[in-house]
Write a protein that binds this ligand. Structure first.
Ligand SMILES: Nc1ncnc2c1ncn2[C@@H]1O[C@H](COP(=O)(O)OP(=O)(O)OP(=O)(O)O)[C@@H](O)[C@H]1O
Length: 323
């Protein structure tokens, strides 16, 4: 049994412009399906506004889903009321993008880390031991030096280490890490991602790693799900997708990566120009067709391609493969 199953999940945000205008919807997540096995890390990749954060937050039930199903350890949590979600809240956690605003500036590091344990009724002596261990695990040592510090006294990297320690201190089974390194200095990103990978492996945590930067995903991802305008365009094992991206959008994302070989510096890259589409009024057919260099007239602009398995475990939603 998969740890997490997501089926045809939709999260639409209603927007109303004027008093008499009809309600329209921003289709941020629009029919997403995938599953995750225990201990797996899934990178969710896509441009800004493709619906990655909304997907992660909906799965954690921080946003109400519009339709579809979220099944965790065999239990359907899609529409469970808050009063029945306590166990789910205790089994899941989130690492946020911005370590500057996600930690309460008025609390000490000790309290920030103790708070989730207080909510779970852990007694004070045990709490202290957990906090010390959590600080050691994220390499904030000696831990006693950090207990009484406030977030503003820490560097960005140290703050994110506290954010990671807080998310992991209750030993969640499933974590959503939403752009956890994008606000940090480039020089420490790899270090933080490697730390997350080692803790994830140590505790067998299942993790969704949300990022717009495919290059950072290589540090920790087993699988990859590429989103475009609220839809999944490609899904598969990380190494398979990187080696042989099938969807023209994934190909463009990979080609846009900086090339370490200097002789390729002047190679023309075929990154499709244009902006991501409006989610209020997405293009008909394949949502990528206005930017796609291979769009088939009369097909891609008319009919929506389904996500199909083209190779073992490698799925793509594109008419080039779905003839
Ligand atoms: N509460 C909301 N109400 C209305 N629209 C929203 C809301 N939250 C998100 N959206 C819209 O949903 C779309 C998807 O946003 P989302 O933040 O999920 O994308 P993203 O891929 O995570 O982008 P980013 O990397 O910029 O965070 C965007 O068009 C956004 O404006």
């Amino acid at each position: 049994m998969s740890l997490l199953e997501v089926k045809e999940l939709k999260t639409w945000f209603p927007v109303k412009r004027g008093l008499f205008s009809p309600v329209r919807y921003v289709k941020a997540v629009d029919g997403v399906s995938f599953s995750m096995e225990k201990g797996e890390v899934l990178a969710v990749i896509g441009e800004s506004g493709s619906g990655k954060t909304t997907l992660g937050r909906t799965i954690l039930r921080l946003i109400k889903p519009t339709s579809g199903r979220i099944v965790f350890e065999g239990k359907d949590v899609t529409y469970l009321p808050e009063s029945e979600l306590r166990w789910y809240r205790f089994s899941t956690a989130m690492v946020f993008q911005d370590p500057f605003s996600s930690l309460n500036p008025y609390h000490t590091v000790q309290y920030i880390l103790e708070e989730p344990l207080i909510l779970r009724g852990v007694d004070p002596k045990e709490r202290y031991e957990f906090v010390i261990k959590a600080l050691e695990e994220v390499k904030l040592v000696p831990p006693e030096d950090f207990l009484r510090k406030y977030p503003h006294m820490l560097s960005g990297g140290q703050r994110q280490r506290v954010g990671i320690a807080r998310a992991l201190i209750t030993r969640p089974k499933f974590i959503v890490a939403d752009e956890p390194v994008s606000m940090l200095d480039v020089s420490i990103r790899a270090e933080i991602l490697s730390l997350m990978r080692s803790l994830q492996t140590k505790y067998g945590i299942t993790m969704m790693y949300i990022t717009h930067d495919i290059a950072t995903a290589k540090y920790l991802s087993d699988k990859i799900l590429v989103m475009y305008a609220g839809k999944v365009v490609e899904y598969g094992r990380f190494r398979d997708v990187i080696k042989e991206p099938l969807h023209p959008y994934t190909q463009a994302l990979i080609e846009a990566l900086p090339d370490p070989d200097p002789s390729n510096r002047f190679k023309v890259r075929k990154v499709p120009p244009g902006e991501p589409p409006s989610l209020l009024n997405p293009p008909s057919g394949c949502r990528f067709h206005p930017r796609c260099p291979y769009a088939i007239k009369g097909k891609c602009d008319k009919e929506e391609p389904k996500l199909i398995e083209v190779k073992s475990g490698h799925y793509v939603a594109c008419w080039l493969y779905n003839k």
